[in-house]
Design a protein around this ligand. Structure first.
Ligand SMILES: [Zn+2]
Length: 214
């Protein structure tokens, strides 16, 4: 299956165990956004989809350095009804050129962390990235005029990170959505706040559903 979500970490993950605290307000906003994505069915777990691998992940720019660090949901946690910070990891540094990542937390970062990293690196005002699996938006990506990464760039690969890095440079402004044609159902939204990213995602789903109904 093209672009199958394998859930297997393919980058060099230099992970150390440890805690971090993002404060209750930011955490609450993060959880609310995640809950909404789960209700839309773009983040979650379904034994009938993607060979039973959990899908979708969310991240937030880390408010207190290092530069371009971000908090991301942990690998394999998308099926959990709710999360604690212990189910997330803080990605402190990413090296797209060498497909490597340095992180801290009580769980390893999402296998798709390097798909989020380019948007923090290229767009200083981006505060949040949502990666969901949404068949209806993905199928209508061209009709919705969404920028797309090539079908040859499959899930979790350096090719996909580099394609997204290009997208992050080419798409103007601080919010937008990309469809990943090499990653079945893969969409990614970024925004100047997690609420903005969520709203854009919801608008695109509504537009795609209207197209689907013809
Ligand atoms: Zn995915």
């Amino acid at each position: 299956m093209a672009g199958m979500s394998t859930g297997i970490i393919q980058f060099s993950c230099h992970h150390r165990e440890g805690g971090f605290d993002c404060g209750p307000e930011l955490w609450d906003r993060f959880l609310r956004a995640r809950q909404c994505c789960r209700e839309w069915g773009i983040v979650g777990y379904d034994p009938a989809r993607y060979m039973g691998y959990a899908f979708g992940n969310l991240s937030l720019r880390w408010p207190c350095g290092p530069e371009n660090a971000f908090l991301i949901t942990g690998s394999g946690t998308s099926g959990l009804a709710t999360l604690t910070p212990n189910d997330c990891a803080l990605c402190e540094r990413c090296d797209l050129e060498h497909h490597a990542l340095w992180s801290v937390g009580f769980t390893k970062p999402s296998s798709e962390s390097l798909s989020h990293a380019p948007f923090y690196r290229r767009k200083p005002r981006v505060q949040a990235v949502i990666h969901g699996h949404c068949g209806v938006v993905w199928r209508h990506a061209r009709d919705l005029d969404l920028p797309c990464t090539p079908a040859s760039a499959t899930c979790g690969t350096p090719e996909l990170s580099h394609a997204l890095d290009l997208s992050a440079q080419e798409i103007p402004g601080d919010s937008g959505m990309v469809a990943m044609l090499g990653h079945e159902d893969g969409i990614l939204t970024f925004g100047p706040s997690i609420e903005d990213a969520l709203q854009l995602t919801g608008e695109m789903i509504a537009r795609a559903e209207r197209l689907d109904r013809g």
